[in-house]
Ligand binder design. Structure first.
Ligand SMILES: Cc1cc2nc3c(=O)[nH]c(=O)nc-3n(C[C@H](O)[C@H](O)[C@H](O)COP(=O)(O)OP(=O)(O)OC[C@H]3O[C@@H](n4cnc5c(N)ncnc54)[C@H](O)[C@@H]3O)c2cc1C
Length: 261
């Protein structure tokens, strides 16, 4: 396995959040909004100071290890055109730095990724896959994207795709983070929700409101009341990505789905 791509852009959102643009040496082919691929670096690449101590054997130092990353979208291209992910010559990734893992396992890739500069080489996976896509969404469906942290990544690409295809139903993008600085796409999301009447954007900042979770937006009918947003089984599609507890994903208990609301 060799490096086959170049880092062509890095935007620092916060100390622990970055948006990377990676240009493959050869085009990877078309993919669907919501899908993911992998990024990889060799063990002998430098790691950020402060990362959990790591011991790699000599052979592992030369090997490239990869991790999966959802492909995000800049949402706009220059001139406020909606980005078409299949026409860009780079892939965008929204990545959070993990400094500590388990006692016997130090985080491998992100401490190395966060040392990269524009122009550096990297490995990008040649297969793009993932089933969490817009396949079954009808033009007038109401679509809700719920995410925490970098879970927003696939939703940015799906949102741009829906809007490029003149989606007629309502779209709510709801993301939750600890602090106001943690919203890497808030400028784009603000512009989109101003420009498109059918798009609603909601930020939840957990440090500002204790014990308020995304599922409370449903329990308290916030979406329905604030945005006149009809949510029922036949016309709503809900995409969840991020911490399962925070986004209100159901648990399976004795074969039954239990919702924490
Ligand atoms: C389909 C898919 C899509 C993904 N998309 C994204 C994405 O868009 N952006 C993104 O940042 N990550 C994404 N991830 C997570 C990513 O693959 C890595 O797991 C993550 O970047 C950590 O990699 P690492 O090599 O630094 O740590 P690892 O060596 O993989 O893991 C170290 C330890 O940290 C824990 N850990 C993993 N991720 C986190 C985290 N975010 N916060 C705290 N602890 C963590 C693990 O449980 C493990 O114990 C995705 C994962 C999958 C499966």
């Amino acid at each position: 396995m060799k490096y086959n791509a170049e880092v062509v852009g890095i935007r620092e959102v916060s100390k622990k959040l970055r948006i990377f643009k990676v240009k493959p040496d050869s085009p990877l082919g078309d993919y669907k909004a919501g899908q993911y691929t992998t990024l990889g670096l060799a063990g002998n690449e430098v790691r950020v100071p402060g990362a959990q101590k790591e011991e790699l054997s000599k052979p592992m130092a030369k090997r490239i290890q990869e991790r999966a990353y959802s492909i995000s979208s800049p949402i706009f291209e220059e001139g406020y055109e909606l980005a078409n992910h299949n026409e860009l010559d780079y892939l965008e990734f929204y990545i959070s730095l993990v400094l500590t893992g388990k006692e016997d396992h130090s985080p491998y890739l992100t401490p190395r990724l966060f040392m990269l500069k524009e122009g550096d080489r990297i490995r990008i996976g040649e297969n793009i896959s993932g089933d969490c896509i817009l396949e079954d969404v009808k033009k007038d469906d109401n679509v809700i994207f719920i995410s925490t942290g970098t879970g927003l990544a696939p939703h940015t690409t799906m949102l741009a795709e829906l809007l490029r295809n003149s989606h007629e139903g309502k779209i709510a993008v709801i993301e939750s983070n600890g602090y106001a600085d943690d919203f890497g796409y808030s400028d784009q999301m603000g512009e989109i929700s101003e420009a498109y009447e059918n798009v609603h954007y909601e930020q939840m900042i957990t440090s500002e409101r204790e014990n308020y979770f995304m599922q409370d937006l449903f329990k308290d009918n916030v979406l329905e009341d604030k945005y006149n947003f009809d949510i029922n089984e036949s016309n709503a599609k809900i995409y969840l990505c991020g911490s399962p507890f925070m986004v209100g994903a159901p648990d399976l208990r004795n074969g039954k789905e239990i919702f924490h609301i």
